[in-house]
Write a protein that binds this ligand. Structure first.
Ligand SMILES: [Zn+2]
Length: 438
């Protein structure tokens, strides 16, 4: 089995072929062709649907057909109208399908921590905001001057590891205004749906869930423990007063283990205690509480505070703090990459009246997952990123090549790019790389 673009895109094509078509008429262009076209747009990071739609070169047409299996290329308008009726729910399982391929190739061994857990970071992000464009799933906020702001956000779940730059999205859940009256209600309900789905899709996989203080409450922790997963969640003095009062009470100070470490130039000072009640209202929920001060090589000090159901000891406290801090990767390596490295996450590709905004965001995240898998396993892709210096440059060169030459596979395209980038003297080594690509 391979993890190259061609194999993963063909997995997406098979998935799209199995989605039932909601349309009663006007089915000249299949739903799969529509979904593949949108995925092609995000794979090549076209700045808009129109850029792919108008003034297409002959080679682009041929390449859309050969690389993405598209039989009939839809117009921009047809694509928007059709995908507006397609719920993002029908795409969620595809993340699991692609993830299982990575796992099947044994690529996640070095991501495993504590008895084969994978670290799963969860966080919310807003990707659309407008005072005029809206749909039935927009979140709404009324400003002081009575203006209404419409927005879309999603809660993403991403496998991370402190030692690896690659992150693997396991899925995402649109945050919907139907989920309650407050921003917190929206995120908590989205989180429950997302966790339930991940646990059902990966029944034998144990997760160490990272999240912010919002998720460190009784119902959410009970929910994680009922399904026998682990958590390492932020806590804050204002939202977790009982825990912090316990730590600050002079009589309890002796109960905390207090250890100091130096790791890679950082000074780590940790206090921890196991088996405390989370708070007064969820006294049955017992947590292990960890406070860590980290001073970097320049003397800058930061304090972190977490709760976990993993018993904390001198032997694992440093690891726990490293894993918990890997949560920043969902923001930096995932959402910021989508915003700033050519994916156009905040660009409005089309809003629609129902699902379009959410469905396109999920398709973009799928394209990102496929790219991350290449970065993890495809030697030609890794070398291309290295020589092009930035991903944005690679996407530009991919689009240029796509316009001028017919390719029979993605492998063919990447080989062409590398042969036209690397100076001839270095191509000997490149050929070896290309041959080793699976
Ligand atoms: Zn909307």
């Amino acid at each position: 089995m391979s993890l190259g673009y061609d194999h993963l895109l063909s997995t997406c094509q098979s998935w799209f072929n199995n989605i039932s078509d909601h349309r009663k008429s006007n089915k000249k262009i299949s739903l799969a062709d529509m979904l593949n076209s949108a995925l092609a747009m995000f794979t090549f990071k076209y700045p808009s649907m129109l850029a792919l739609d108008s003034g297409r070169m002959k080679s682009e047409d041929a390449n859309l057909k050969s690389l993405f299996g598209i039989k009939n290329i839809p117009s921009d308008t047809a694509l928007r109208e059709t995908l507006d009726e397609v719920s993002p729910d029908v795409l969620h399982g595809l993340f699991g399908e692609l993830f299982n391929k990575v796992q099947g190739e044994d690529r996640l061994k070095s991501y495993a921590v504590f008895d084969n857990h994978l670290i799963c970071a969860m966080d919310g992000v807003q990707f659309f905001s407008s005072k005029s464009v809206k749909c039935q799933y927009c979140q709404q906020k009324t400003l002081k001057n009575d203006d209404v702001v419409y927005s879309h956000g999603m809660l993403g779940a991403v496998v991370v590891h402190p030692d690896h730059p690659e992150v693997l999205p396991l899925g995402a859940e649109p945050i919907q205004h139907q989920d309650g009256n407050t921003k917190n209600d929206h995120e908590l309900n989205s989180a429950k749906r997302l966790w339930n789905r991940l646990w059902d899709e990966h029944p034998t996989q144990k997760f160490l869930h990272l999240g912010d203080a919002l998720f460190a409450n009784g119902p959410m922790i009970r929910h994680i423990e009922e399904r026998r997963h682990s958590y390492l969640l932020n806590v804050k003095p204002d939202s977790h007063q009982t825990l912090f009062a316990h730590f600050e009470h002079p009589q309890n100070q002796h109960a905390y283990e207090h250890k100091k470490f130096t790791v890679k130039g950082e000074k780590i000072e940790a206090w921890f205690i196991n088996n405390l009640p989370l708070n007064n209202s969820a006294g049955d929920v017992r947590v292990n509480f960890l406070i860590v001060n980290i001073s970097d090589s320049k003397g800058k000090k930061t304090t972190f505070t977490w709760v976990t159901n993993i018993p904390i000891s001198t032997s694992n406290v440093v690891k726990l703090s490293q894993y918990a801090r890997a949560r920043w990767k969902i923001e930096n390596e995932t959402f910021n990459t989508l915003k700033n490295q050519g994916y156009n996450f905040e660009h409005n590709y089309g809003h629609g009246y129902k699902h379009l905004a959410n469905t396109l965001a999920i398709l973009m995240l799928l394209a990102f997952l496929i790219d991350q898998i290449q970065q993890m396993s495809n030697k030609v892709f890794i070398q291309l990123i290295k020589v092009k210096k930035t991903r944005t440059r690679l996407w530009e060169d991919m689009r240029s090549a796509f316009k001028i030459k017919n390719f029979n596979s993605f492998k063919h395209l990447l080989e062409y790019l590398i042969a036209n980038t690397i100076p001839k003297t270095k191509q000997k080594n490149t050929v070896k790389h290309i041959k080793s690509v699976t």
